[in-house]
Design a protein around this ligand. Structure first.
Ligand code: SME
Length: 159
């Protein structure tokens, strides 16, 4: 049974550095993917208060909504569509400082202003994406990219 998450103040790096060992503890000894994805998005939401944070997994050549925290969201995203479908197609992390300037952005909520999408790479495949949305412009940078990619690496992708 997990203990309460210890949420900390400080710089973005401090916050990620506080969170990561706790995630290691939360994920340790558990191989159920839905359980692990659920705790990761809950911990990110608790620590950072992101507007929306969640997973989309590749199923039959489209992205299908997985565990998330935040308002209800689009269920399916085609390859190459929106920020999520583009990150999947290109296989790279996309940082979008202003979603209104991203051609084809899929607005699940009009309150979402900036976004980062990280592809889940495992054994040469892309299994899905982690999508994080903020209700402020320009919320994400290379620090988020670095740490969120690290966090994806903590999950056992038995999918
Ligand atoms: N904005 C995303 C869609 C997913 S929601 O933000 C939860 C996109 O353009 O792919």
């Amino acid at each position: 049974m997990a203990e309460d998450l210890h949420v900390t103040a400080g710089s973005k790096e401090d916050q990620y550095n506080n969170l990561i060992p706790q995630l290691v503890g939360l994920l340790h000894g558990e191989d159920d993917l839905v359980a692990n994805m659920s705790n990761v998005v809950a911990a990110l939401k608790q620590q950072f208060g992101f507007f929306w944070v969640g997973f989309y997994l590749v199923k039959q050549d489209e992205l299908v909504l997985g565990p998330f925290q935040g308002p209800v969201a689009c269920t399916r995203i085609q390859r190459g569509r929106g920020v999520c479908g583009s990150a999947w197609e290109k296989g790279i992390t996309l940082i979008v400082p202003d979603v209104s300037k991203f051609p084809g952005h899929i607005a699940c909520s009009s309150l979402s202003k900036s976004e980062i999408v990280i592809p889940i790479k495992h054994k040469g495949n892309i299994l899905g994406v982690l999508d994080v949305d903020s209700d402020t412009l320009n919320a994400f940078d290379q620090i988020d990219k670095l740490y969120l990619e690290k966090i994806l690496g903590l999950i056992e992708w038995n999918y």
